[in-house]
Design a protein around this ligand. Structure first.
Ligand code: OKP
Ligand code: ZN
Length: 349
């Protein structure tokens, strides 16, 4: 299994975030990717490749042009308004009852217009890192298209909370969704995105909610008590042609392997029934018992079991990294998931 990563993904380096009503040290930091890379190299799963360059087209298939332009131009607009802070937070949003049809000219208005939380700082190099992260996922998708049976896109910043035209939850571009759409555009018939991150993949769900060609399944902490709060309930099953192709498994705080695995079995039955040509795993390691922002109780060895169960689905599989904030154990947990997959996989390489 090859891994894709670019050091440019480290350029987005927030120091603080707003969480639970206060300013705290940032959790989504460059060392997350560095420790995973170090462990991947030691594990010798295969080559580590730089992502290929892509035009903006595959990103624009998933995200609206005005949103991408905003991300791209953001730092220049910020400086042009004479602002000097190195990391920037939105603080006002067009919530229910306010207008959504006029994009403000002023930068604070734009920030709120294109975001859904205050926990996701932007800086001078956020766009560069986010674009590389998306290209890392796209390169992984291309490896599957050229015959590899699996690949690991070491994405950072993560992607699964990013909507068509909203950033939030540390995410700017939806890496998994961009890879899935790219696979579809290159002739792959059906794609499953299986999101095992502790948080609901609200962005991915929303992007494919009315589609039958991309199945979405997410096991996560119940949004009644956990971020991202406003999406991820069990009765969200998809719309129009997409009805029946969206599956949410909200689980309570304190969930450990047995209950989590039960949800996973149900999800795997739905995946088998859908019979995708490719599976994309939104691989979050924040299920871990020691994760500083999460409240599930999975242990290091449980990540091997997750990887092994995915291998038994027997489909070409792209792993796309999402969350995981217990940095000290993140490399181990990630390589456990991938080695669990590799030790079990039967077809191809
Ligand atoms: C991103 B990913 C709640 C704080 C929530 C945002 C979490 C984003 C997670 N106590 N902060 O899904 O790992
Ligand atoms: Zn998460």
């Amino acid at each position: 299994m090859k891994t894709i990563f670019s050091p440019d993904q480290l350029l987005h380096a927030p120091t603080k975030e707003i969480s639970d009503g206060k300013l705290v040290p940032a959790n989504e930091i460059p060392s997350r990717a560095e420790i995973v890379l170090e462990h991947i190299k030691k594990a010798q799963f295969g080559e580590v490749l730089a992502p290929n360059d892509f035009s903006l087209d595959p990103i624009l298939k998933v995200h609206d042009a005005d949103y991408v332009t905003f991300l791209l131009d953001f730092w220049q607009l910020w400086l042009a308004e004479g602002r000097t802070e190195e990391e920037v937070f939105p603080f006002v949003w067009p919530v229910h009852g306010l207008r959504h049809d006029i994009v403000p000219d002023q930068i604070d208005g734009k920030l709120g217009f294109y975001s859904f939380d205050a926990g996701t700082p932007m800086g001078a190099h956020t766009w560069t890192a986010a674009r590389k992260s998306a290209e890392t996922a796209l390169t992984g998708a291309d490896l599957l298209l050229s015959g590899d049976n699996s690949a690991f896109a070491l994405c950072r910043p993560p992607g699964h909370h990013a909507h068509r035209r909203l950033y939030g939850g540390y995410c700017f571009l939806n890496n998994a969704a961009i890879a899935a759409q790219h696979l579809r555009d290159q002739g792959v018939g059906k794609v499953t995105i299986f999101d095992v991150d502790y948080h609901h993949g609200n962005g991915t769900q929303a992007i494919f909610y009315d589609r039958a060609d991309v199945q979405f399944l997410s096991i996560h902490a119940d949004p009644k008590v956990e971020f991202p709060y406003y999406l991820g309930h069990a009765n969200e099953r998809g719309l129009k042609e997409g009805a029946g192709y969206n599956h949410n498994y909200p689980l309570p705080h304190g969930t450990s392997w047995v209950e989590w695995a039960e949800a996973m079995e149900d999800a795997c039955r739905s995946i088998e029934k859908f019979a995708p040509d490719v599976i994309i795993v939104s691989l979050g390691m924040d299920l871990y018992e020691k994760d500083p922002i999460s409240k599930f109780k999975l242990k290091t060895d449980d990540f091997s079991r997750i990887g092994a169960r995915i291998a038994r689905l027997g489909k070409p599989t792209l792993f796309v990294m999402e969350g995981g904030y217990a940095v000290g154990d993140l490399g181990t947990n990630c390589t456990k998931a991938l080695s669990g997959y590799l030790d079990t996989v039967t077809v191809g390489s």
